[in-house]
Design a protein around this ligand. Structure first.
Ligand code: HQG
Length: 181
């Protein structure tokens, strides 16, 4: 059996991006039947136990996954690239300012086109500086951007908050972005 970090990455891959890769079908709001997921994972060579799933969901520092109240289903709470999944998040008012962690090498392009969701459904924003730094570090020298979410919302842009507090919006045009000093 893989360790929890490896299995968590596997679950992110399956539940956010490629359920097809093991023949899994998610509901329209992103839920997978846990027994079916375990069976299909097992068949494709990744052995996962129910205990491990519960341990990952409970201990994940970013709260990436959630289990349904009846214990039957699991889903990723954000980060999807799957266009077919709609989490049915309610539009909500963000704090006046949000942060986005990126890498220095993307700054010129972001300056020109704004923040785009790229492969994912949404641009991901956070209230937490350290999280933004860590997110940026995945792609190179980190840079934290300030997003004027108050002005964006005033001007009609919609914001959503995932269950794990990550803020989501479709795009952020350059006018609302400054570099965090
Ligand atoms: C960049 C992690 C050039 C954007 C994190 C980012 C997050 C542009 C990259 C979650 C651009 C996309 C998401 C433009 C955006 N030109 N580059 N116009 N617009 N970018 O991984 O926000 O650990 O899809 O700045 O904590 O980095 O996986 O998004 O660098 O919450 O659970 O394009 O993933 O969570 O990268 O990360 P990503 P992200 P997990």
């Amino acid at each position: 059996m893989k360790n929890n970090t490896e299995t968590s990455k596997f679950l992110s891959y399956i539940l956010r991006h490629e359920p097809d890769s093991i023949g899994l079908v998610l509901s329209s709001d992103g839920w997978a039947d846990i027994n079916e997921l375990m069976q299909l994972a097992n068949t494709s060579g990744t052995v996962i136990s129910l205990e491990q799933i519960h341990s990952i969901v409970k201990n994940d520092k970013k709260g990436r996954f959630s289990i349904s109240e009846d214990g039957q289903y699991i889903r990723a709470v954000q980060g999807h690239s799957l266009k077919t999944v709609d989490l049915n998040l309610k539009e909500t008012t963000p704090p006046a300012n949000l942060l986005h962690g990126t890498a220095q090498r993307f700054i010129e392009s972001i300056h020109n086109e704004g923040l785009l969701p790229q492969e994912r459904q949404y641009v991901h924003l956070t209230e937490d500086y350290d999280t933004a730094i860590k997110t940026g570090m995945r792609y190179g020298k980190p840079v934290v951007l300030n997003i004027d979410s108050h002005k964006m919302q005033e001007e009609g842009y919609k914001f959503y908050q995932a269950e794990n507090n990550v803020w989501l919006t479709l795009t952020v045009p350059p006018a609302y972005i400054t570099i965090h000093k």
